[in-house]
Design a protein around this ligand. Structure first.
Ligand SMILES: Cc1ncc(COP(=O)(O)O)c(C=O)c1O
Length: 406
C-alpha cells in the first residue's frame, strides 16, 4: 500500500521542522521516508528505555527460579546492593510501591501500629493507602516543609505515649522520603536523617527511607549513599527511576528484616521466577548510570534557568537540587493541561503537577540539545496559548494527560 505521507523527505522536513528535533532515523511504514520526531520525554525519570548495555546484560543473564532462591544473578545483584547501601541484605521487588508496602508492614507487624510520615510523601499520597487498606497500619501525618523535611519537634510530638495504649495506636515507625518527589526533588541532608534516626532509636521506633531516588540525593549532596542511609533500618531504592533500569526496586536492611520481607513479598504476589533477567539490567543500570546523575541535575538547572526567563512562569531555579523542575504558571490564560497539550504537539512530553504547575523530570536519555529544544517549544507554546483559540484535545494522544504524581 502506498504511504499516505509524502515520500519526499525534504518536503517532509520542511513541513515538520517546527516540530521535529532532533531528527532521528527510525523505520516508518514507507521505506523511502525514514525520518520521525524524537520525542523529548520529560514526564518522569521512569520513561527511559533500557540501554544497549542493559539489553545485552539481560540477554546474557544466568537465571534460575528465584522463588526457590536459586537465581544466581538475582543473588549476586542483591548482595551488590546490600554492600553498596551498607546493610546486611537486600531483596529485589517488582516496584517502589511494593518496596515501601513490604517495608512498612515488616516494621509494623502488630495490628494497631502507627507510622509517622510526611503529608506530601509518596507513601501517603500515591500508594493507594496500601499501608492501611492492606496492612491495617494507621498513618499519622506531619506537614512536609517545602524542602521535604518534617519539623523535628512535630515528629517528636506525633509519637504516641505508650501509656495511652487503651486509646491510641502504637507508634512503631517513622518514614522519610529522599529525594522528596512532591517537594521538587529536594534532598534530605545526612545530618537531618541522622537526627530523625536518633529520635526513632530513643523512642524504640524504626526508621524507613523511601529512597526511590536516593542515588540522586547522594550525588547532589556529595555524601556516599551508605553514609546517607546509615541511620535507617530499611531503605527502598527504585532501580527504574533515575537509575534507568526497566523494572524493579530493592529493599535493603538487616538480614532478619529481609527474611521477613521475603515472606511478605510472596504474600503480595511479588515472588517472581527468573528475575535474573531484570536484575542483570538493574546491575548494569547501577554500574553505568550513577555517574550520569550529576549531569541530569546540571541539565535540570539549565532548564529551570531557561524557564525563569518566561514571564508567565514563576520558577525558583535555586531550589532545583536534583533532576526535577517544577514551575508555576502565573497567567490564567495558560493552564497546565493546555500547556502540556501544546508541548505534546511539538513532541515534548510533560505532566501537570497541580492545577497551577507543571513538572519536568530529567534523566540520562535527555541531552543538552533536548533541553534547548524543550525551552524553544515552551516559548512557542506560551505564545500560541496567549493568542488563544487553539484546540488540542482531538489532536493529542493523551500521553501527558496523567493526574498529578509519580
Ligand atoms: C518517591 C517515590 N516513591 C515510590 C514510588 C513508587 O514507585 P513505583 O512506581 O515503582 O511503584 C515513586 C514513583 O514514582 C516515587 O516517586
Amino acid at each position: 500500500m502506498p504511504c499516505q505521507r509524502s515520500c519526499d523527505e525534504t518536503k517532509f522536513h520542511e513541513r515538520w521542522q517546527v516540530y521535529l528535533h532532533p531528527l532521528k532515523p527510525l523505520p516508518l511504514p514507507c521505506t523511502q521516508s525514514r525520518m520521525v520526531a524524537k520525542v523529548v520525554d520529560l514526564r518522569s525519570d521512569t520513561v527511559t528505555k533500557p540501554s544497549e548495555a542493559m539489553r545485552a546484560a539481560m540477554a546474557a543473564a544466568d537465571v534460575d527460579d528465584d522463588v526457590l532462591g536459586a537465581d544466581p544473578t538475582a543473588r549476586r545483584f542483591e548482595a551488590e546492593m546490600a554492600a553498596l547501601m551498607g546493610k546486611e541484605a537486600a531483596l529485589f521487588v517488582p516496584s517502589g510501591t511494593m518496596a515501601n508496602l513490604v517495608s512498612v508492614l515488616v516494621h509494623c507487624d502488630v495490628r494497631g501500629s502507627e507510622v509517622i510520615l510526611g503529608d506530601a510523601s509518596h507513601i501517603h499520597v500515591y500508594e493507594n493507602g496500601g499501608i492501611s487498606t492492606i496492612g491495617g497500619v494507621h498513618p499519622k501525618t506531619v506537614a512536609n516543609n517545602p524542602d521535604g523535611t518534617m519539623d523535628i519537634d512535630k515528629i517528636v510530638a506525633a509519637i504516641r505515649h505508650r501509656g495511652g495504649a487503651l486509646l491510641y495506636p502504637t507508634t512503631r515507625l517513622i518514614c522519610l522520603e529522599n529525594t522528596h518527589a512532591n517537594c521538587g526533588g529536594k534532598c534530605l541532608s545526612v545530618e537531618y536523617t541522622d537526627k530523625v534516626g536518633e529520635i526513632a532509636k530513643s523512642h524504640g521506633l524504626k526508621l524507613h527511607i523511601d529512597g526511590a531516588r536516593i542515588f540522586n540525593a547522594s550525588v547532589a549532596l556529595g555524601v556516599p549513599v551508605d553514609r546517607l542511609v546509615k541511620a535507617a533500618d530499611s531503605i527502598s531504592v527504585c532501580l527504574s527511576k533515575g537509575l534507568g533500569a526497566p523494572v524493579g526496586s530493592v529493599i535493603v536492611g538487616s538480614k532478619a528484616f529481609i527474611d521477613k520481607a521475603k515472606i511478605l513479598r510472596k504474600t503480595l504476589g511479588g515472588g517472581m521466577r527468573q528475575i535474573g533477567v531484570l536484575c542483570a539490567a538493574a546491575s548494569a543500570a547501577v554500574r553505568d548510570t550513577v555517574g550520569k546523575l550529576e549531569d541530569d541535575h546540571r541539565k535540570a538547572k539549565a532548564l529551570a534557568e531557561g524557564l525563569k526567563k518566561i514571564k508567565q512562569f514563576s520558577v525558583d531555579s535555586a531550589s532545583v537540587e536534583t533532576n526535577m523542575v517544577f514551575f508555576n504558571i502565573m497567567d490564567p490564560r495558560i493552564s497546565p493541561d493546555r500547556l502540556c497539550q501544546a508541548l505534546e504537539q511539538r513532541s515534548v512530553l510533560a505532566m501537570p503537577a497541580s492545577s497551577k504547575s507543571v513538572r519536568f523530570v530529567l534523566h540520562y536519555q535527555i541531552s543538552d540539545s533536548d533541553v534547548q529544544y524543550a525551552l524553544t517549544c515552551v516559548e512557542k507554546a506560551v505564545e500560541e496559548l496567549l493568542k488563544g483559540g487553539t484546540k488540542f484535545e482531538h489532536l493529542t494522544n493523551g500521553a501527558t494527560k496523567h493526574s498529578y504524581g509519580h
